[in-house]
Ligand binder design. Sequence first.
Ligand SMILES: NC(=O)C1=CN([C@@H]2O[C@H](COP(=O)(O)OP(=O)(O)OC[C@H]3O[C@@H](n4cnc5c(N)ncnc54)[C@H](OP(=O)(O)O)[C@@H]3O)[C@@H](O)[C@H]2O)C=CC1
Ligand SMILES: O=C(O)[C@H](O)COP(=O)(O)O
Length: 504
Amino acid sequence: MFAFASCCSNNVVQVKEIIDGDVYKYYSEGEWKTSSSGKSVSIVNPTTRKTQYKVQACTQEEVNKVMETAKFAQKTWAKTPLWKRAELLHKAAAILKEHKAPIAECLVKEIAKPAKDAVTEVVRSGDLVSYCAEEGVRILGEGKYLMPDSFPGNERTKYCLTSKIPLGVVLAIPPFNYPVNLAVSKIAPALIAGNSLVLKPPTQGAVAALHMVHCFHLAGFPKGLISCITGKGSEIGDFLTMHPGVNCISFTGGDTGISISKKAGMVPLQMELGGKDACLILEDADLDLAAANIVKGGFSYSGQRCTAVKVVLVMESVADALVEKVKAKVAKLTVGPPEDDSDITPVVSESSANFIEGLVLDAKQKGATFCQEYKREGNLIWPLMLDHVQPEMRIAWEEPFGPVLPVIRINSIEEGIHHCNASNFGLQGCVFTKDINKAMVISDAMETGTVQINSAPARGPDHFPFQGLRDSGIGSQGVTNSIIMMTKVKSIVINLPTPSYSMG
Ligand SMILES: NC(=O)C1=CN([C@@H]2O[C@H](COP(=O)(O)OP(=O)(O)OC[C@H]3O[C@@H](n4cnc5c(N)ncnc54)[C@H](OP(=O)(O)O)[C@@H]3O)[C@@H](O)[C@H]2O)C=CC1
Ligand SMILES: O=C(O)[C@H](O)COP(=O)(O)O
């Protein structure tokens, strides 16, 4: 087993090949390389607010080279038996899980993910890669055979054989909050489907992603099949997403995805974007269950999850009781550094903290009730619930991506559904009630990709379909849907001179 580059402690042997001095290399043609740009991008530790790591700022020429080798490598990979593709993915998954500790350490330092959650993300990612390998063997291992005479006017003179073939080069762009899990959720489906893969990791989270790529490197994938280009998305992003060598883009992030969808060429897009997941509390709800889910759903990873509970819509008659229960649980949340497994850790950047603060001050100025004192130290924002939020407040509609939760009191279920459906987002929603019939009617009415009944929104488990409506995305994630989305259908029709029924 190789010694992994531990991301911060100095007493672990660095994996020489992936770092050059204090700058992590990028990955191209099966090798770790130093960019000719001579420039690097600093990754600031959200907790210390000091530079923690540096990665290469790759050039457009290096992108061109990566695309060229990806295209070449894909041709051979597409002719690699499914079982062999799956075998390599299982190997990468095992190596990833073997090295969960050093990779998790990167997550702690780059994105202030609580230590335990960081390990969970890496293990979950290994499980996703393996599940994808198995699912790919199953669904790509079978095609469809169609008879002509099921359509009027036809005799059985044509046999149609259809199968799923790869798209070519898949460009994967994950966000900072799951730089490993939301990378492999694109990488594994792309590879099992016979595609090659170019990864552009988020700057915050890039070193964790590079270590993850190293696990695929060590698994022995063909050279050039997987590449990892680093650099600020704002600098190299457009060149990547508009590159003629790209045959598919799988993106997860914010509004950036909307602008990418307007620039990308004629390629399939998989976009998982922002959310304003609403939590609807009915009068008959189990308020203890609801409060527990609101706190877990709204404040895990300091609210930096697209599936976080982002607005509570509670019937007025039970609002006081619910708010008190949530307040009591919020008071028990620990606040501090990710190394201590604190529940609330610093948000990813100063700009993010400033954005969150802006929403808080706007709500204060427009009369929201603060259930806790607003407190911030650097990027660390103490958990805050705002009661009596009104529609004219920005936080009623905008996504804080932080530990701040608005509560809107409603007088009817229709009012709650209206607010949910008036949002630009449509990722997930949840409803708490003991009446399953009401829950189903409300679920039908909520215009979101997923509705959770009696639990907080969540993407996992990772084989469930995961999709956003409106500004929350294009297409659907989840293992099966991602594999299928990264293929296209090929038909071969055998034409016979005379009808044959030999095939039954
Ligand atoms: N629906 C979902 O599943 C998820 C949605 N999100 C949403 O994403 C936002 C937070 O994540 P965040 O990472 O900040 O999102 P961003 O949209 O800022 O960044 C997402 C990714 O896009 C890259 N990027 C930035 N600019 C470009 C560009 N012009 N072309 C190509 N790529 C580019 C970023 O690189 P770089 O870091 O170098 O800028 C990053 O890797 C929130 O709105 C959140 O709701 C986040 C996670 C999951
Ligand atoms: O993008 C995100 O924030 C993730 O998709 C959320 O995943 P989770 O619900 O499993 O935390």
